[in-house]
Ligand binder design. Structure first.
Ligand SMILES: NC(=O)c1ccc[n+]([C@@H]2O[C@H](COP(=O)([O-])OP(=O)(O)OC[C@H]3O[C@@H](n4cnc5c(N)ncnc54)[C@H](O)[C@@H]3O)[C@@H](O)[C@H]2O)c1
Length: 243
């Protein structure tokens, strides 16, 4: 029997690479789509060396023509993981409309176009998993990122309703602080300080998110749609300082 196909965006590194590795271990043929062609190739190669089935495709997710061409090459799609995203830190009074547009273009608009185009190639039982962020709840110093991820929540819930008649479920995972390159974009990064805010006492690792995505993609999750699952070591609960 042919393996189910999973497309993971932004899978050259970080959380996306861990998701690709996990889905390959679960028996999917995984397409690693990333604008960083070399690292995407290296990640696919590592998965193959570990016995998994993966291949890389260079894709800037904001390029709708390239999206369509890739989807055509893939044929039918079983799982789409919208993981690619950008982050940066900027004081509220320094932020511009262009900062917002760029953030939304990658984190939100491309997620919509890729999902809409992919859904036409998905059969009943297919899954879409979006990567949101705990930042959807609000955070200082990156209002553009916070807003783009809150929009991912609305998009996830709307798509769940739009695609339910086709038997396609749509959920989101909202990671807390996960140790990847993205954290390094924060000049204020103080890992010990961030760790101290974690009720469970540790920062996240990409595999924490990969496991959750794998669950939402698996047959066991077939009655779950439109949900946003916070995977953040309890940070969203508050109370980390005991006050
Ligand atoms: N690391 C965290 O603490 C954290 C927390 C919450 C949410 N997230 C979300 O998780 C996702 C992955 O984050 P990460 O920490 O692994 O980041 P990362 O920077 O390590 O990896 C992101 C990947 O996305 C790719 N990418 C970026 N823009 C792209 C585009 N236009 N087209 C194609 N690929 C593109 C990059 O090349 C990179 O390989 C993002 O959506 C991010 O917002 C991360």
């Amino acid at each position: 029997m042919a393996k189910p196909i999973a497309l993971v965006t932004g899978a050259a590194a970080g959380i996306g690479a861990a998701i690709a590795e996990r889905l390959a271990a679960d028996g999917y043929r995984v397409c690693i789509a990333d604008r960083a062609a070399g690292p995407a190739e290296a990640t696919a190669d590592a998965i193959r060396k570990a016995g998994g089935d993966a291949f890389a495709e260079a894709l800037d997710i904001t390029d709708e023509i390239a999206q369509a061409a890739l989807l055509q090459r893939l044929g039918e799609l079983d799982v789409l993981v919208n993981n690619a995203g950008i982050f940066d830190v900027k004081d509220f009074f320094e932020l511009t409309a262009d900062d917002f547009r760029r953030m939304y273009e990658i984190n939100t608009v491309a997620m919509f176009t890729l999902s809409r185009n992919a859904a036409t190639r998905m059969a009943k039982g297919a899954r879409i998993v979006n990567i949101a962020s705990r930042a959807m709840l609000g955070a200082r110093h990156y209002a553009h990122y916070v807003s783009s991820k809150a929009a991912v929540v609305g998009l996830t819930r709307a798509m769940a309703l739009e695609l339910a008649p086709r038997g396609i479920s749509v959920n989101a995972v909202a990671p807390g602080v996960i140790e990847t390159q993205m954290l390094k974009a924060r000049s204020d990064t103080n890992l010990d300080g961030l760790r101290a805010l974690q009720p469970l006492g540790r920062l996240g690792v990409p595999e924490d998110i990969a496991r959750t995505v794998a669950f939402l993609a698996a047959p066991e999750a077939d009655f779950i749609t439109g949900q946003i699952l916070l995977v953040d070591g309890g940070r969203s609960l508050g109370g980390a300082t005991g006050i």
